[in-house]
Ligand binder design. Structure first.
Ligand code: ADP
Length: 158
């Protein structure tokens, strides 16, 4: 059984993430979405909220499970018996960021290959940080996130 881990902050989940999840689910028998518990960042959505949102969004996708992890990604990958780390590439900036991470992760565990999917063009401008910034200043983010996320964002504003 081929298992891949799709790690990220998902704060918030965007249509770009969902595109990767849908495509990843087709490639692997099991896709584990790993929500990184990052104590240093001040999140927009709590870990619990992100888990709830991702679980709702992937309901009915049998291969997909949603979990949290802290510490080293390669340890999480091993714990999940995964052989692939799935990541998305939007731009060359993503490539520059991802290259040393993928190389370091391979050094740490050569049984875990990082696999990149190139973003669909309609999603390549979307990032969680962009969504948060636009939303904070009253801009429209409806096209960038799933409906559940849009509703939750609006709730936060009230
Ligand atoms: P991280 O802080 O680990 O980058 P993110 O939640 O921002 O966490 O991203 C998780 C993964 O999803 C990364 O591989 C990122 O490249 C990918 N990703 C984010 N937005 C998009 C998008 N619009 N299209 C494709 N991949 C994306």
């Amino acid at each position: 059984m081929r298992t891949a881990v799709f790690p990220g902050s998902f704060d918030p989940v965007t249509n770009g993430h969902m595109d990767l999840i849908r495509r990843g689910a087709k490639l692997f028998d099991r896709l584990v979405i790993g929500v990184l518990v990052n104590i240093e960042k001040t999140p927009f959505f709590t870990i619990e909220e992100r888990i709830e949102i991702l679980s709702a969004l992937t309901k009915g996708m049998e291969q997909v499970t949603v979990k949290t992890f802290g510490g080293l990604l390669v340890d999480f990958v091993e714990k999940e018996n995964a052989s692939v780390i799935l990541r998305g590439l939007r731009t060359v900036q993503d490539f520059s960021y991802e290259q040393p991470l993928a190389q370091a992760n391979y050094k740490l565990n050569e049984h875990a290959e990082t696999l990149f999917l190139i973003s669909e063009p309609e999603y390549s401008y979307i990032s969680s940080s962009g969504v948060k910034e636009i939303f904070r200043f009253g801009g429209e983010v409806r096209e960038m996130v799933p409906d559940i996320v849009y509703e939750k964002l609006k709730e936060k504003n009230h």
